[in-house]
Design a protein around this ligand. Structure first.
Ligand code: MTE
Length: 391
């Protein structure tokens, strides 16, 4: 019942309640598919949308209506009252847990972490050579407070067998592909699944985002969130967990989300699935691609530490002479593993056609490369980010 009330709250916020009778709350596709006007829609048939990056960096916690949406199929309609999460595979006791039991039986935890798509900043790679895929700018990222239960607690209840090495997640979506419809799937190594310290948190099974029920496009009623891993490992509309001795055979593990350069069968079969995201930083203000005038600006943006245990941002620097000289900027939020950090420069004067460049350093000795090699799917773009006066 609580869920329905919260659905109503969400619809009320979206201004939709007045047009929907109560019985259609879980079935009306137009309500499910409503995209916030704070997002720029990148595909029309399936919701893929990102915020304006200059607006995105105004808050450390990203408001839900400004949080990017990346889906491969429309949000399925799932009624939490009849929903069951199954846990199967290499376990002593397979489970089929109702939504209510999941949140009654396991301790509730909260975790703040940044979710980012492996395709964030893809348009910059597309400018080098064409890539098939959603043309993401630098806004396919957001930082949220996630609420749910620990995956490790659920796995402990099922009793994982010694041969287990990977945990598979499967969504309840129905993705149309030329070779037939499939659900979205992901898997994570078992070490990550059982991690549960602050420094190295494992995955959560979440029903809440920023203290509210998930919205349909963010995975209502249940999703995984895997801190430090690319967004593709955080499966929305989670329906099944399978414990296995190998990575998932789902297309989105074996046939996507890998760094591929030549696109040969051999390369695809040998490449490792991408798990952790990389160190990155972006100029968000002045807005990339906008025709801002020459003049005085505080340059602002975000920096993301790599998704590895114990690693945070140490310094962010900008350059106005294409990397010949650099100045450190002020970090306006606290350093935190698995969370982005916001930054701003003192006021600087930008001449016509002048370029600003940003790069970040982490506390493990890492920094961003000046250039990365183009890759076939346009993933993990993290070279020095630049914005030029005049667009
Ligand atoms: N889960 C399902 N079931 N279906 C999907 O298409 N997209 C993945 C992931 N989980 C996806 C999914 C990708 S590629 C990303 S980047 C994140 O969800 C995006 O999460 P968000 O839409 O809540 O921002």
């Amino acid at each position: 019942m609580t869920q329905l009330w919260n659905r109503r709250d969400w619809l009320q916020t979206a201004g939709l309640l007045s047009v929907l009778p109560a019985t259609s709350l879980l079935t009306n596709r137009s309500a499910w598919g409503q995209i916030s006007d704070k997002l720029q829609t990148l595909t029309t048939d399936i919701p893929n949308a990102e915020p304006h990056v200059d607006q995105l960096i105004q808050k450390w916690i990203t408001p839900i209506e400004q949080f990017y949406i990346r889906s491969h199929a429309p949000a399925p309609k799932i009624d939490p009252k009849s929903f069951k999460l199954t846990v199967e595979g290499l376990v002593e006791k397979p489970l089929s847990i109702s939504y209510a039991d999941l949140f009654d039986q396991f301790p509730k935890v909260e975790m703040t972490s940044t979710l980012t798509c492996a395709g964030n900043r893809r348009t910059e790679l597309m400018a080098m050579k064409p890539i098939k895929g959603v043309p993401w700018g630098p806004g396919a990222i957001g930082n949220a407070e996630w609420g749910g239960v620990r995956l490790s607690d659920v796995l402990k209840k099922a009793g994982v067998k010694p041969k287990a090495k990977h945990i598979w997640f499967e969504g309840l979506d129905d993705i149309q592909r030329d070779d037939g419809n499939i659900p979205f799937g992901a898997s994570i190594p078992i070490g990550k699944a059982f991690a549960d310290s602050d420094a190295y948190p494992g995955a959560l099974l979440c029903n809440q985002m920023n203290g509210e029920d998930l919205t349909p496009d963010h995975g209502y009623p249940l999703r995984t969130v895997v801190p430090g891993f690319i967004g593709a490992r955080s499966v929305k509309w989670l329906g099944r967990i399978t414990v296995s001795d190998r990575p998932s055979s789902n297309h989105y593990v074996s046939g996507a989300y890998k760094l591929i350069y030549d696109n040969t069968d051999k390369e695809w079969s040998q490449a490792r699935p991408i798990y952790e995201y990389l160190l990155n930083s972006v100029i968000a203000q002045p807005k990339p691609g906008s025709k801002f005038a020459p003049g005085n600006y505080k340059v602002k943006g975000y920096a993301l530490p790599p998704g590895r245990e114990g690693v945070v941002i140490r310094e962010v620097q900008i350059s106005t002479d294409n990397g010949v000289s650099w100045m450190p900027v002020h970090l306006t939020s606290e350093p935190r593993e698995y969370c982005w950090q916001l930054w701003e420069s003192p006021v600087i004067t930008l001449e016509p056609h002048q370029t600003i460049t940003v790069r970040a350093f982490d506390n493990a000795g890492g920094t961003q490369p000046q250039h990365i090699e183009w890759n076939h799917k346009g993933y993990l773009m993290n070279d020095w980010h630049q914005v030029t006066q005049g667009g």
